[in-house]
Design a binder for this molecule. Sequence first.
Ligand code: B1M
Length: 211
Amino acid sequence: MELEKLTDAIVAGNMNAAVEMSKQAVEAGIEPKAIISEYLIKGMEIIGARFGEGKAFVPNLLMSARAMKGCLDLLKPLMKGDTGIMYGKVVIGTVKGDLHDIGKNLVASMFEGSGFEVVNLGINVEADKFVQAIKENDADILVLSALLTTTMGYMKDVIEAVKAAGLRDKVKIMVGGAPVNADFAAQVEADVYTADANEAVLVAKKLLGKA
Ligand code: B1M
């Protein structure tokens, strides 16, 4: 099976073809993680670059996102390693003003599949909601995601709200998303920036002294 066609189906926003090819890839013994990182994400990168060049438009992004989501719905349950280990509790969300959720959901799935309990607050999440979820769930880690340069600044508001609630010493705060970097993480006083879902889990274990 030519898996490059899976990337093409994501770029074209052809959900049925993408899901069918993902199924075939699983049946051929390819790891779900590899299908995601080598073929699906590549498709999103290509459509994103086309959008940036004015060669694709918002409806194209939406169709690609729908195709990606269809594949992730299929692959996510297969990534759940029954590790039997509970490393800690994670509260995760995409910050206020930002509707991008594919990367954040990938990070959430990777945490779940690696033995963390995850409370996923979704997209467009206000600071107060993060604070409430940390309290209610007695969370060890707060993970903030943003994909827009116009929304990443809100991470600072969330961290200030966590401080104001007296919870800053209780939770480790991790930030990520395409426009975020380590300098920005330091500026907003997060504990750490990680570039992708895999790294996020590895670093989280280290932060909790469990690596
Ligand atoms: Co949007 N969009 N979008 N979009 N979109 C981007 C982000 C953009 C880079 C496209 C471009 O111009 N080339 C651009 C942002 C420019 C900027 O700010 N620098 C952009 C824009 C401009 C917009 C709108 C403003 C467009 C418009 O309406 N004119 C609008 C904003 C809406 C809003 O949020 N308020 C918008 C809307 C949308 C859709 C709704 C159509 C759709 C999202 C659908 C959805 O998520 N359900 C969409 C999409 C699909 C994209 C692109 C094409 C793909 C994003 C994606 O899912 N990537 C994107 C271009 C691109 O990134 N190439 C783009 C795949 C995903 C696996 O990667 O999310 O980066 P990513 O996650 C990665 C890492 O970033 C990391 O881990 C993941 C991989 O392991 N990560 C973390 C993410 N969160 C983390 C947290 C962590 C750690 C790692 O914590 C520790």
